[in-house]
Write a protein that binds this ligand. Structure first.
Ligand SMILES: [Fe+2]
Length: 311
């Protein structure tokens, strides 16, 4: 083999190993992203919502546990957890320790597939398929989703598993609607309140839609339901992204350009010139990965602090 070709192959292999090492390192580069959403009724003061998602926690992830606990220093008015919290059958006490400071604030949650079933090794190429569910071949291990939900609800967080509810946050009354994980086809959108009425009691300041996976059928339902803001996780922001290009996949039927961050649904942005009546949508890239694919590239693990401002 010519020396030049050997040199090229060697450099290529070294670059591949370097990229893999970086991608593993990036999984621990926890980042707080901050966005502003002009969605509150005119004249209202700001409301700060901490959006966490896709922790995929294992007992040995001490730095992630410490970082999640430190998020309480933000003193959010509301915490929303969009699921995929667990990645190990014995992780519940570690997860409860990680979340404990956040459970002191008003909150709401939905579950993801990785709250119901433990991760299993899969062909790495499945990640790049449009519908990665087709490759599920190993019998899944149940995770303590019910126990996790009991801990959260005991702290006052609202369980939005195919449910509606309301929550008070900084004196504001927020109506909530959520679904069970659409990635597992467990979503059953809650029936509308009779006659389209608002929940009884004080006036509603904001209507939030919450889902783990942002499948378009659910986004349509939440838009039609009058949500002011939809919060979702699941995509990991693409997890392995191409710099200056972005996500390659979303692991659901959402387009890759909305794999993470603040967008609109169904239009690109609700404040687009001319206005399109769309709903604000925030997709959190999440804090974890499957323990069998501990890599992220150009897509740091994140939580997001959304500052809701008056329209
Ligand atoms: Fe996830």
């Amino acid at each position: 083999m010519p020396r030049a070709l050997l040199t090229a192959l060697g450099l290529g292999a070294a670059a591949g190993v370097g990229a893999l090492a970086w991608a593993h390192l990036e999984t621990s580069m926890f980042t707080l992203r901050e966005v502003t959403v002009p969605v509150l009724p005119p004249g209202q003061p700001d409301l700060r919502v901490l959006h966490i998602s896709d922790l995929h926690l294992t007992p040995s992830q001490e730095s992630k546990i410490a970082w999640v606990r430190s998020l309480a220093d933000l003193q959010p008015d509301l915490v929303v957890d969009t699921g995929d919290n667990m990645a190990h059958v014995d992780v519940l006490p570690f997860l409860e320790f990680a979340l404990a400071p956040l459970l002191e604030f008003p909150g709401a949650f939905v579950m993801g597939s990785n709250d119901y079933y433990g991760p299993s090794f899969k062909n790495p190429t499945r990640y790049l398929r449009v519908d990665a569910r087709v490759a599920r071949s190993v019998e899944p291990v149940p995770l303590p989703a019910a126990e996790l939900a009991a801990t959260m609800t005991a702290a006052g967080w609202k369980d939005l598993t195919n449910r509606r509810d309301t929550v008070m946050a900084d004196g504001r009354r927020i109506s909530l609607v959520g679904v069970d994980d659409p990635h597992l086809d467990r979503d059953e959108f809650p029936a509308a309140l009779s006659g389209g009425a608002a929940p009884s009691g004080p006036a509603i300041d904001l209507h939030l839609g919450v889902t783990h996976a942002p499948y378009t059928r659910v986004l349509d339902q939440m838009h039609d339901d009058g949500s002011d803001l939809i919060l979702a996780g699941h995509t990991h922001g693409g997890q392995l992204c191409v710099p200056f290009y972005g996500a390659l996949v979303t692991n659901c039927d959402l387009d890759r350009k909305r794999a993470k961050g603040l967008h609109g649904w169904p239009g690109p942005r609700p404040d687009a010139p001319g206005g399109n009546g769309s709903t604000w949508m925030h997709v959190c890239a999440g804090l974890g990965t499957s323990p069998y694919a501990p890599v992220r590239f150009a897509c740091r693990p994140e939580a997001t602090l959304l500052t809701l401002t008056a329209r």
